[in-house]
Design a protein around this ligand. Structure first.
Ligand code: UDP
Ligand code: MG
Length: 354
């Protein structure tokens, strides 16, 4: 198929949505070993997207303070079929911050795609995501793991519990299993940029914004090299962070649980009164009192912790610290070998791309 014929097959609407291009954001923490190979796959993908949709792409590697040679490898990558930018953060800020840095530096008016730097998110699947955006006019095309069977039972249970709590009495339910591998149309990307909060739980927010959402199931590839930076302990921490920064459902759950226990206590109280005055029995007390005290004490401490988490979030947001600092940004234009270097002064998430 020739280039011209392919592009003219598209509707005017589809062509205009593709006109501003696509920014592929790749957070990378210690991914030096696999980055060259990943970049080859992304470059091949960009060539294909150009041919099929006339879509100009750029890739933004966000080096999240890696300790290995990620930054050097990324800077050496050639811009054959697409523009290549490398943003190095001043230290390790975590994946969500890296995603935000990428989003802030992506071209305005274009679509944005998030993809992991470890090869687990297959670049070939991007064609499908782009097709749903351009041809079917979806705004958020997200991927979900098709099979969780080989994951540990405990992990699956934890994930379920997390989303159950997250979606507890929520007007808008966050789809469980959705990953960070997703495409956002220009207006969805613009919506995501509007959130004033620092602690952004992207998976939740990109669903929360609404628009036309589309789910694509896939099987993640095994990690190309190295190992995951998310230990079970870190995952638990992240879940608590995501939950408390995104929803107040745990507070609601606390209220309902408290009400339930109070109701039970009231009923038991009535029963005791009945036994004492009607049956004339004296109620044996010690064990029941201790159990009651312990249950209530434990519950109160847990709920105090939940409230404390929220207060912590308030302090964090109130301080309004920048989410990340950019140490240096380098850019190569497609087809050129020349590298532009930009060392921002007092750069931060708020001022990065403004
Ligand atoms: N990552 C990051 N900063 C971090 C930890 C991870 O940018 O502090 C990146 C990492 O390089 C990868 C992606 O986030 O591209 C997902 O990380 P990982 O593969 O360790 O997580 P998993 O796939 O196991 O969820
Ligand atoms: Mg991974």
């Amino acid at each position: 198929m020739t280039l011209g014929a392919d592009i003219s097959d598209l509707s005017a609407d589809a062509r205009s949505s593709a006109s501003k291009g696509l920014s592929i954001v790749v957070p990378a923490y210690n991914e030096g070993a696999g980055l060259t190979h990943l970049h080859e796959r992304i470059a091949a993908l960009a060539a294909k997207l150009k041919q099929t949709y006339g879509l100009a792409s750029e890739v933004i590697y966000v080096d999240d303070g890696s300790r290995d040679d990620t930054l050097a490898v990324a800077r050496g990558l050639k811009a054959t079929t697409l523009d290549v930018s490398v943003i190095s953060l001043s230290r390790n800020f975590g994946k969500e911050a890296a995603l935000m840095a990428g989003l802030d530096h992506a071209r305005r008016g274009g679509a944005v795609l998030f993809m992991d730097g470890d090869g687990q998110h297959p670049p070939v699947l991007v064609e499908t995501l782009v097709r749903h955006w351009i041809e079917d006019s979806y705004d958020v095309v997200y991927t979900a793991k098709a099979h969780r069977k080989n994951e540990a039972m405990l992990l699956r249970l934890a994930v379920r519990g997390f989303y159950a709590l997250m979606n507890f009495r929520a007007r808008h339910k966050i789809p469980p299993d959705a990953g960070d591998f997703r495409l956002l149309s220009p207006r969805a990307a613009a919506a995501l940029r509007q959130f004033p909060e620092r602690n952004r739980f992207f998976k939740g927010l990109s669903s929360w914004i609404g628009f036309r959402q589309k789910r694509v199931d896939y099987d993640p590839e095994p990690r190309a090299h190295g190992q995951t930076s998310f230990s079970p302990g870190r995952l638990i921490g992240l879940s608590i962070d995501g939950l408390t920064s995104f929803s107040v459902a745990p507070l609601r759950a606390a209220i309902m649980l408290g009400a339930l226990i109070a109701l039970a206590a009231f009923v038991v109280g009535l029963m005791i009164l009945w036994e004492t005055f009607v049956d004339g029995k004296s109620v044996p007390g010690y064990a029941s009192v201790i159990v009651g005290v312990m249950v209530l004490g434990g519950m109160q401490l847990v709920m105090l912790g939940v409230v404390g988490e929220y207060i912590g979030k308030i302090i964090y947001e109130l301080k309004a610290r920048p989410v990340y600092f950019v140490a240096e940004k380098t850019t190569r234009r497609a087809g050129s070998d020349e590298m532009q270097t930009d060392i921002p002064l007092a750069d931060s998430s708020r001022t990065a791309a403004e």
